[in-house]
Design a protein around this ligand. Sequence first.
Ligand SMILES: Nc1ncnc2c1ncn2[C@@H]1O[C@H](COP(=O)(O)OP(=O)(O)OP(=O)(O)O)[C@@H](O)[C@H]1O
Ligand SMILES: [Mg+2]
Length: 257
Amino acid sequence: MITPAQLEALFDLRDADDSDYVIRAVDVRKIYRTGEVETHALRGATLDIHRGEYLSIMGPSGSGKTTFFNAIGGLSKPTTGKVYIDQVDIAQLDPYELAWLRCRKVGYIFQAFNLIQVMSCLENVTLPMAFAGMSGEDARDKGMEILSLVGLAERALHKPAEMSGGQQQRVAIARALANSPSIILADEPTANLDLHTGEEIIDLFDRLKAELGVTIVTATHDLKMLKKSDRIVWIEDGLIARVSTPDALDIRVEEIH
Ligand SMILES: Nc1ncnc2c1ncn2[C@@H]1O[C@H](COP(=O)(O)OP(=O)(O)OP(=O)(O)O)[C@@H](O)[C@H]1O
Ligand SMILES: [Mg+2]
């Protein structure tokens, strides 16, 4: 088994060879089986995601966006097809290595937040830091910094149930930033936010991309977020239907709603 240090060195090396692609999905298929029913959620999705790009994924409800996120973030195994993160075929990693990769490289903002209800806002944010081996005090300081970034410092000790949907969404965003990931996968991150807070989160993503070279991949119907994107990928019925740029948006605004 590869030790964390070896794996880190491996990824540093891969990073240094400045391959243009941070994630590659090749002919990813996912079939969910529920009793007798088979759902073909992804039917051969192929996509290369460039390092440092801001990519938006659009598509109707049920088209496969969350399933695609789960596959490229290493959260669920495709039925067939390959996913590479920094050129590593993630199917080749054992569970420990995959957990390491997810913890350090990928910040995941779930559509349903997935906050731990019995933990405070700060504890939710520092939990991934503890998994990554950061000391309690450092984690606390960093957690408070990140909570300030999303405008929730004064809510640090509140539990999710004591917060609004938009505030919980911001905690989920803060948690995704915990281990300074190089990739952020955000499933509808502004869906529950008011206009102003939504804009702040979009600006934050924009800064993470511009200043730190973080790759941002979001599923979104938010026009402002789409306009900031380098590319927009349309998923329809489990397939990548087309890839466009925000300039081409004006003629397609009706499809956003
Ligand atoms: N765990 C599961 N078991 C069975 N079917 C599933 C499961 N998860 C998703 N599906 C089905 O797979 C298809 C794709 O679902 P997915 O959640 O990826 O869509 P989506 O594009 O994210 O939709 P939305 O915009 O509503 O979030 C849907 O038909 C859905 O019902
Ligand atoms: Mg979804």
